[in-house]
Write a protein that binds this ligand. Structure first.
Ligand SMILES: Cc1cc2nc3c(=O)[nH]c(=O)nc-3n(C[C@H](O)[C@H](O)[C@H](O)COP(=O)(O)OP(=O)(O)OC[C@H]3O[C@@H](n4cnc5c(N)ncnc54)[C@H](O)[C@@H]3O)c2cc1C
Ligand SMILES: NC(=O)c1ccc[n+]([C@@H]2O[C@H](COP(=O)([O-])OP(=O)(O)OC[C@H]3O[C@@H](n4cnc5c(N)ncnc54)[C@H](O)[C@@H]3O)[C@@H](O)[C@H]2O)c1
Length: 443
């Protein structure tokens, strides 16, 4: 029998890897994790944790704004201190994740890995062999191929800006665009969003998206629909963003937020017999690639599930169960919740209002400011839609409001486990709280 250096080797150390690699090593398997950049991957270092730290004063600013007269004075954001604070918050995370992994028995391998066959990964001239391999190399920012594209920056560069540019142009109107436009505007920048079509956040409930956009416009953010950005040009007083027929707008800094693409190049997929499409690595319902001993997890997959941390964590944990022999079943995805961290937020889980309109569902709508709990800090904007099946199981919820992410999170168990009305009433929530408020409406 062939002896391999490892039972399982992970390529990449993001949520798609580390949430399963630690538990797997703790079962006694010989596990290695190869990482070429920061341990923990995008989410802690360049994504969720970093972004939400930059967003915290926006929430404070908006709450103070709504409560003017009760509290006095506007909250202004000190950008330089905020970015330094963000750095302080996220700096310990790679070490913490690394220590948790090595503590569980994982061997960390630093460097860029490339498969040379289905059982071997080469890192800086050294080879490591494994019985099974998990590819979890994630995604990187897509860059618009236009003249002057070298003048544009990505989300990582935005979060490291020590000085906030006065005029910021953002290409695209998805998650990153809407969240970073919110943060930059609240911190005092003049923001212009160049949209490809006439809809932002296409996978979210458009009546809610339009209300959030209207609020952003009231705050001074400019949306240019159907912009068709043709090029960027350095001019005396900034960067000209050329768009439309022959229009142009001058800004100081450009964020290209036109999506993310999978890291599938130069990792030896062909040598290992792993098939991928431009959307990512092809897997079956066991997250197994076309090479039977190689699996893939997280953002790098070609899959319909949203490319988010909860998805990557779920896949990584599923692979732990599969590779430790705890299950042989195919992956059975739960409803994955998602939130756009604009303020107000837009969050959703399960059946959407658009899907509900085509099926046999009961749809209940609530106006958030009618709820006494949301009147405490004087919320004026917000609606939610709750969707039930014929047996009154809650199967979907979508909300825009200042605390939509928590309202949706708290309803998650009802949607995932299909609680009966009796089970929903078994849950006696701490009162007053966002959970009590959300469940009061949902029962
Ligand atoms: C700005 C931003 C904000 C986000 N905010 C949220 C949010 O609020 N909520 C949410 O749920 N999701 C958010 N996401 C998405 C979330 O970060 C990803 O879904 C998640 O990180 C995916 O994890 P992953 O392990 O698949 O990939 P990653 O975290 O990207 O990890 C892949 C790792 O593989 C490494 N790697 C790649 N190639 C090699 C190689 N050849 N050798 C060695 N290592 C390699 C990379 O360096 C990287 O560390 C955000 C993303 C961005 C960019
Ligand atoms: N809160 C969160 O959970 C969160 C936050 C940020 C990022 N993310 C993840 O990161 C991913 C990447 O975020 P994103 O905002 O870059 O991508 P996105 O897919 O959300 O949005 C991309 C935007 O770019 C536009 N676009 C695409 N190609 C274009 C082109 N050729 N020309 C002009 N516009 C174009 C799209 O129309 C869209 O508006 C998200 O899809 C999500 O998976 C999640």
């Amino acid at each position: 029998m062939v002896q391999y250096d490892y039972d399982v080797l992970y390529l990449g150390s993001g949520h798609g890897a580390f949430d399963g690699a630690g538990p797997l090593a703790a079962t006694g398997k010989r596990v290695g994790v190869i990482e070429s950049d920061m341990i923990g991957g995008t989410c802690p270092n360049y994504g969720c944790n970093a972004k939400i730290t930059l967003d915290a004063p926006v929430v404070l600013q908006r709450t103070a704004e709504r409560m003017q007269g009760i509290v006095d004075g506007a909250v202004t954001i000190n950008w330089g201190n905020l970015v330094a604070h963000k750095q302080d918050v996220i700096k310990p995370l790679p070490d913490a994740i690394g220590h948790a992994l090595t503590g569980a028995g994982v061997t960390m391998i630093n460097g860029r890995g490339r498969l040379t066959d289905a059982h071997t990964i080469e890192v800086a001239g050294q080879t490591y062999t494994a019985d099974k391999i998990v590819i979890a190399t994630g995604q990187r920012p897509h860059r618009l191929a236009i003249p002057g594209d070298e003048l544009a920056h990505d989300s990582r560069a935005f979060m490291d800006l020590t000085t906030l540019p006065k005029r910021i142009g953002i290409l695209g109107s998805g998650y990153i665009s809407m969240e970073f436009a919110t943060i930059a505007n609240a911190a005092g920048a003049e923001v212009t969003v160049f949209m490809r079509g006439d809809q932002a956040l296409r996978e979210f409930h458009q009546p809610f998206v339009r209300q959030v956009m209207a609020d952003m416009e009231r705050r001074g953010i400019t949306f240019i629909p159907n912009a068709q950005v043709a090029g960027l040009e350095k001019i005396t007083d900034g960067i000209a963003v050329h768009y439309g027929q022959s229009q142009s707008k001058t800004v100081d800094w450009v964020l290209d937020a036109t999506g993310r693409v999978p890291n599938i190049e130069e990792i030896g997929l062909e040598a290992a017999g792993v098939v991928a499409t431009p959307h990512g690595i092809t897997v079956n319902d066991h997250l197994q690639t076309t090479a039977p001993n190689i699996y893939a997890s997280g953002d790098v997959l070609d899959k319909p599930q949203p490319k988010l941390t909860p998805t990557a964590t779920f896949e990584s944990y599923y692979l732990f169960q599969l590779l430790s022999g705890q299950t042989t079943a195919p992956i059975d995805y739960p409803a994955i919740p998602s939130t756009v961290y604009t303020t107000p937020r837009i969050a959703k889980v399960g059946v959407t209002p658009e899907q509900a309109a085509k099926g046999d569902y009961q749809v209940v709508r609530n106006h958030i400011p009618d709820d006494w709990y949301r009147q405490i800090d004087q919320e004026t904007l917000g609606d939610n839609v709750l969707i039930y099946d014929a047996d009154h199981h809650l199967v979907g919820a979508t909300e825009f409001s200042a605390q939509a992410e928590d309202a949706i999170n708290t309803l998650l168990p009802a949607v995932v486990f299909q609680y009966t009305p009796a089970q929903m009433w078994r849950l006696a929530h701490i009162f007053p709280s966002i959970s009590a408020s959300a469940w009061h409406k949902a029962r």
